[in-house]
Design a protein around this ligand. Structure first.
Ligand SMILES: *Cc1c(COP(=O)(O)O)cnc(C)c1O
Length: 417
């Protein structure tokens, strides 16, 4: 039995992600279940040998309901890819086993040996390590790191004919700089460079592809999963790029095999419809905490793009989708690692404000001292260059409990400092 197909393309350029999801229905399940079925087969049969041959020539494929093998594409994983692509406003999407596998597959696809990438100097630690060490040592792909808010520096770092990728995060981790996606895309495209944006920090809030980016990558492990229980990723972009990545003979998705398990794809697909509500909650709480913390101690350095004093406050406002805020992550600079650790200990163990943990996007607040945890692979010089102070605590704001309850837990710990 074949599930009934619905049109999954977004209907209008102007649709915000939540609206796009309303029109981008997943397939009905077998027996007309309102949830999609889990396609548990890793191998698919063909109606005849001719169809089998044509599938391997790429003449028929998933678009016409013909599948080969789940590492290439599984219908349930494809369904989730469509949902996420609708959310991002891209033609197509492919889901992977982790955010890092999405990022590495895209970079290995777009860069050749001897090639060059330009990347933001403040990046998720794993991405930074991939670009700094792995791609250079194993693949002879070099990277120039730039201050992503300095458009001139970015422009000068891209070498026409050699640079193939400009890579950055919509909001950088952990310093919370906001990238000017439209301008960066213009500069890159003028030199024939593809723009790849990691939108992990701002799903629903920002739609980088609509702002000019070519490929959008995600770590689903964070906000999209929302329960800190899953490792997964996604690649969203034009069919031209993603289909090439799935080329049955040579595509990186085939030869590196980063694909997602269909049982996991099914589980994640049920969380995307309430991502919009969750993101709004995270944003609202973060804004409220930041405002109260500034009141509590005006001398404390707080990084949050929702603050008017943040250098990219109005830029983020101009790029973000209607009715969303400024993200669910803020940072407080406690100046020294010792003070940062002391505050986190009190917040977790004395007042039960949140948990020490490296991830983000959980329903409880997670706290990490970036310098000694998620970004510890950077040496001191790299940290300084990336603007990561030793006492910087990153808060991924949760939404459980009332604000008043959580605020009294925060002030209790802070007053003991
Ligand atoms: C966590 C994270 C990644 C890596 O994703 P995994 O799912 O852990 O592989 C990449 N980019 C950002 C911004 C992240 O926060």
């Amino acid at each position: 039995m074949e599930g009934k197909k619905f049109n999954c393309e977004t209907e209008s350029e102007k649709e915000v992600p939540a609206e796009a999801l309303a029109t981008a229905r997943h397939e009905l399940g077998e027996h007309n279940g309102i949830n999609m079925s889990i396609e548990a087969s890793n191998t698919f049969t063909f109606k005849d040998s001719e169809t089998m041959n044509r599938a391997f020539q790429g003449e028929v494929g998933p678009k016409t309901g013909i599948y080969i093998y789940s590492r290439h594409l599984n219908p349930t994983v494809q369904n989730l890819g469509r949902q996420i692509a609708a959310m991002e406003g891209t033609e197509t999407g492919y889901c992977t086993a982790s955010g890092m596998s999405a990022i590495s597959s895209v970079l290995l696809h777009l860069c050749n040996s001897g090639g060059h990438a330009v990347a933001a100097k403040t990046l998720y630690g794993g991405s930074h390590a991939l670009l700094t060490h792995f791609l250079q040592q194993k693949c002879n792909i070099t990277t120039t790191f730039v201050d992503i808010v300095d458009l001139e520096e970015v422009d000068n770092a891209m070498i026409e004919g050699k640079t193939s990728v400009l890579y950055f995060e919509s909001i950088s981790n952990p310093t919370l700089n906001v990238a000017n996606i439209p301008e960066l895309s213009k500069i890159a495209h003028a030199k024939g460079v593809k723009v790849v944006v990691d939108n992990t920090f701002t799903p629903m809030i920002l739609s980088p592809a609509k702002l000019g980016a070519d490929v959008v990558v995600h770590s689903i492990s964070k906000y999209m999963s929302g329960e800190a229980d899953i490792i997964a990723g996604a690649i969203c972009g034009p069919a031209e790029i993603v289909d090439q990545m799935r080329d049955p003979h040579q595509g990186p998705l085939m030869v590196l095999g980063p694909t997602m398990n269909p049982k996991l794809a099914f589980e994640i697909s049920g969380r995307i419809p309430h991502l919009s509500m969750r993101m709004k909650k995270h944003c609202k709480r973060a804004m409220k905490f930041v405002a109260k913390i500034k009141e509590l101690d005006p001398n404390l350095v707080v990084l949050y793009p929702g603050l008017e004093e943040h250098p990219q406050h109005s830029l983020l406002k101009s790029m973000s989708n209607k009715d969303y805020g400024f993200g669910g992550v803020f940072c407080v600079d406690m100046k020294t690692e010792e003070r940062a650790n002391r505050l986190m200990d009190k917040l977790q163990n004395n007042s039960k404000f949140g948990f020490m943990g490296v991830s983000l996007g959980y329903y409880e607040t997670l706290m990490t001292c970036s310098s000694s945890s998620t970004n510890s692979m950077l040496d001191d010089k790299e940290k300084e260059r990336a603007g990561i102070s030793p006492g910087l605590i990153r808060f991924s704001v949760g939404y459980v409990g009332t604000f008043e309850q959580k605020w009294s837990q925060f002030t209790k710990a802070y007053s003991e400092m």
